[in-house]
Design a binder for this molecule. Structure first.
Ligand code: ZN
Length: 181
């Protein structure tokens, strides 16, 4: 297994900004712990984050957020690290028009480990696109979050049943990566 960790939309606007919430902020320490261990183990880390154009079509559905070049579109300070990859997206899926698939293939990755926001939207669409492209999908259940418990749990169930995703805790994954319990 050759994994990469995909960090979806853990940016200022989704944590402390216009679409921020305590639920979203709560995953940051666990994601940080996972990324720190992944870096030690040489597992590639790829942030894929919203970078909208002005008047993006998505703003008909959501408040204006994560406009490319604004502070709200920046990765949260806790998770920023030189050496990690960073791709920008304009749609829910981290694969859509981002070059992620080509990058994963260059890195020899066959398994994507999904973290970030939010479970039933960008994470779930990314899981679908990963599945369609033949990647194994792992979702770290306490490193993704949604706007409600119900939406979160339903999305995990869907990804498990429909894409064959493995849903694991960050602790279990850390043990597997060789980290301390
Ligand atoms: Zn967006």
């Amino acid at each position: 297994m050759r994994p990469a960790i995909i960090v979806i939309d853990i940016i200022k606007d989704f944590t402390t900004g216009v679409l921020g919430s305590e639920r979203a902020r709560s995953i940051i320490p666990r994601v940080k712990r996972l990324l720190d261990e992944a870096r030690r183990r040489g597992v590639p880390i790829i942030h894929v984050t919203d970078a909208h154009i002005e008047d993006d079509r998505e703003f008909q559905l959501w408040p204006r957020h994560a406009v490319d070049g604004t502070e709200g579109a920046e990765i949260v300070e806790e998770l920023k690290q030189p050496g990690d990859y960073h791709l920008k997206k304009r749609r829910y899926s981290a694969f859509y028009a981002t070059g992620l698939d080509a990058l994963l293939r260059e890195l020899g990755v066959d398994t994507v480990i999904l973290t970030g926001l939010v479970t039933n939207i960008c994470v779930q669409h990314t899981a679908a696109d990963a599945f369609f492209r033949g990647y194994r999908v792992v979702v770290v259940e306490d490193c993704v979050e949604a706007l409600s418990d119900e939406a979160h749990r339903e999305a995990l169930r869907y990804m498990r049943e429909i894409y064959g995703a493995e849903v694991v805790s960050s602790q279990k994954l850390l043990n597997r990566l060789g980290g301390e319990p």
